[in-house]
Ligand binder design. Structure first.
Ligand code: GDP
Ligand code: MG
Length: 439
């Protein structure tokens, strides 16, 4: 990660006091390279570096930080600022229904995002209706119907109608009559921006007067995403952006450049193909992620949502005293399951994203089910004292849970490793609370 590089560049600086121009110059070379490498717009990079330099030279190095960390702190704050600083929420109308229109190129993720957004709003107690206005791709209407159903949202289409504007109007009328408070209009895309597409979108806009026109952009397109956003904003006018496919091998360039270039905020981030994979976009967290510090805040928040503090504390004590048993392991796994896909979670642990090889690890949530079955096939005694699980017991457990002995062996090994890892995690948690978290 960038944080690591900066740390290395600056590690020879000793002592406290003020950052000198020379220290900062060296760091800024790294920052510049890293941002260009991440496919950030060169003009954005130039302005950014200038700003960070101005703030850094002569800055007091805080008591608890090294000069390297002080620079990282400033870079982190400015990265966050570049993406808008604070979270930009949906603009909900005081007079429902709020109309949200999703626009973007083909394949950007509009239809998928429509479903995700509906689910997200449903969880907030809203009643969304999705309107299918992509009449050009044969399967598009059906696709929206499927995601609507999954999200538990109402779906509107007018099959056979060749006029997208008319469909949008009819859908909105129906939503008003039936009292739905959110309307999400899914529109057509093209492979490239063209006049016909823009005209149709403008006409829908004129007729349904959306409160939010959100541009859905694929973050993998890097700097192209910025150009796309710019031209949609110039021709149609957009209120914000939803960045998709942030789970992929994206380098962060789109996230960093869009707000700076278009002045339009990123409101949501899509981080996977599943309906749950949409989250509000938090500039500060994204900044940390880009810096490679791990998304500490998200992790803490998620962990807090799922863990009852007391039981977490009891668990920590157990881990420390090393009488951590398979019963605890099972309980913990059930807690972890509540937090969402393991793979996401692991990536958020500070430092882990920089660990060699960790990106290639594919953690399968189905594995959890298997593990549960194996533990449930153990006797009480075995769970409390895994060291008694000898070869014949392993065989019995394997049979009882419908697994191979090798899978039981693997779990026993994982258990030992997890015990170790939890110990480290506990220590990390402690230093985080004391505010001594190292970058
Ligand atoms: P549309 O043409 O803009 O409506 O795009 P779709 O919603 O049909 O999505 C195009 C493809 O991108 C589909 O295969 C989606 O599953 C996939 N997709 C959308 N959002 C994400 C995301 O956040 N992450 C990943 N990995 N895939 C996504
Ligand atoms: Mg679509």
């Amino acid at each position: 990660g960038l944080a690591e590089k900066l740390q290395n560049t600056l590690k020879n600086l000793k002592g406290k006091g003020k950052l000198t121009e020379k220290d900062v110059e060296a760091a800024m070379r790294e920052v510049k390279l890293a941002l260009l490498e991440a496919d950030v717009h060169y003009k954005v990079v130039k302005d950014f570096v200038k700003k960070v330099k101005e703030r850094s030279i002569g800055a007091e190095v805080l008591e608890s930080l090294t000069p390297g960390q002080q620079v990282i702190k400033i870079v982190n704050e400015e990265l966050s600022e570049l993406m808008g600083g604070v979270q930009s929420k949906l603009n909900l109308s005081s007079k429902p229904p709020t109309v949200i229109m999703l626009v973007g190129l083909q394949g950007a993720g509009k239809t998928t995002t429509a479903g995700k957004l509906a689910l997200n709003l449903k969880k907030q107690g809203k009643q969304p209706m999705l309107i299918a206005c992509d009449i050009y791709r044969p399967a598009a209407i059906k696709q929206l119907e499927v995601v609507s159903e999954k999200a538990g949202a109402v779906f509107f289409s007018d099959e056979g109608n060749k006029d997208a504007v008319d469909i949008a109007k009819k859908g909105l009328e129906k939503a008003k009559t039936l009292g739905y408070d959110i309307v999400i209009v899914d529109t057509a895309g093209r492979l490239h921006i063209d006049e016909n597409l823009m005209e149709e979108l403008s006409s829908i806009k004129k007729n349904v007067k959306p409160h939010e026109i959100l541009l859905v952009v694929d973050s993998m397109t890097g700097q192209d995403a910025v150009n796309i956003a710019q031209s949609f904003d110039d021709t149609l006018g957009i209120d914000g952006v939803i960045l998709t496919k942030l789970d992929g091998d994206t380098r962060g360039g789109a996230a960093l450049s869009i707000k700076a270039v278009t002045q339009k905020p990123i409101k949501f981030a899509a981080i996977g193909e599943k309906l749950e994979d949409l989250e509000p976009f938090y500039p500060d967290r994204m900044a940390s992620r880009i810096l490679g510090m791990g998304d500490v805040l998200s992790l803490i928040e998620k962990a807090q949502g799922a863990f009852d503090e007391k039981s977490a504390k009891a668990m920590q004590d157990k881990i420390k005293s090393s009488d951590f048993t398979f019963d605890d392991f099972l309980e913990q796994m059930q807690q972890v399951k509540k937090m969402g896909p393991l793979k996401d979670l692991i990536q958020m642990i500070p430092g882990v994203s920089q660990m060699k090889g960790i990106k290639d690890i594919d953690i399968d949530d189905k594995e959890l089910v298997r593990v549960e079955a194996i533990i449930q096939s153990m006797t009480k005694q075995e769970r409390q004292n895994p060291s008694i699980i000898n070869a014949s017991r392993r065989k019995r457990i394997a049979k009882g849970s419908g697994n191979e002995v090798s899978q039981v062996n693997r779990l026993l090994k994982q258990f030992e490793e997890s015990k170790k890892m939890m110990k480290q995690f506990t220590q990390m948690n402690k230093s985080m609370k004391k505010g001594k978290m190292k970058f």
